[in-house]
Design a protein around this ligand. Structure first.
Ligand code: AMP
Length: 212
């Protein structure tokens, strides 16, 4: 299978994380979520985590230099040699430029698009495991262990999935992140997939876009 160095774009809750996990299994490459890395840092109480917490809680973006540093470190790891999926990075044009300046060669950019109204209802059902980071949805991707994660931990709601914070995150997405689409469209790299109600329908469209 060819090497895949993929950027997944899309609003918060569009299904990037779920699709990233599926593609990761299929291509045997790591799915890298800057949001997950930051949440881990918050949980383990590192200096970076402490600084990032106020941004996340407000639905704002963590400063570019912090996330660029995270990505530079992560992409230098051995497991990225044969490809990777970036879920949630870049989120600003300067981040996209920094990635390019690092000499990282992206092979695909895929945007998963879902209307804001749908995002708002979807986020209400999103659940996450505070221990292993697995994500579920009460309706669209229920945990086989009900209200628990298969690892045994009780599932929780991400604090930034609170409706007011989601609204702020969507606003930031449209104002600051969406212009990235132009950045990659200008390079002839952008593919768009309409996120579907059923997870497996989105998975099929994503697979077709990557294979096509
Ligand atoms: P996510 O899990 O991708 O929804 O990210 C959760 C939160 O982490 C975001 O709302 C931001 O506060 C922060 N974050 C994640 N990735 C980035 C990024 N590339 N740039 C800035 N902030 C980020």
């Amino acid at each position: 299978m060819r090497s895949l160095k993929l950027i997944l774009l899309g609003a918060p809750g569009a299904g990037k994380g779920t699709q990233a996990e599926i593609i990761s299994g299929k291509y045997n490459i790591p799915a890298i979520s800057t949001g997950a890395i930051i949440r881990e840092a918050i949980q383990s109480g590192t200096e970076m985590g402490k600084n990032a917490k106020s941004y996340i809680d407000a639905g704002a973006l963590v400063p570019d230099e912090v996330v660029i540093g995270i990505i530079r470190e992560r992409l230098a790891k051995e497991d990225c040699v044969n490809g990777f999926i970036l879920d949630g990075f870049p989120r600003t044009v300067p981040q996209a430029e920094a990635l390019e300046a690092m000499g990282v060669e992206i092979t695909e950019v895929l945007s998963i698009e879902v209307p804001d109204e749908k995002i708002l209802t979807r986020m209400a059902g999103r659940r996450v495991c505070p221990k292993c980071g697995a994500t579920f949805h009460t309706e669209f991707k229920p945990s086989p262990a009900g209200e628990n994660c298969p690892c045994g931990e009780k599932l929780t709601r991400r604090s930034d999935d609170d409706p007011e914070v989601v609204a702020a995150r969507l606003e930031t997405y449209h104002a600051v992140t969406e212009p990235i689409k132009e950045f990659y469209a200008g390079k002839g790299m952008l593919k768009i997939v309409e996120g579907q109600d059923k997870l497996e329908d989105t998975t099929a469209l994503v697979a077709a876009a990557l294979e096509g």
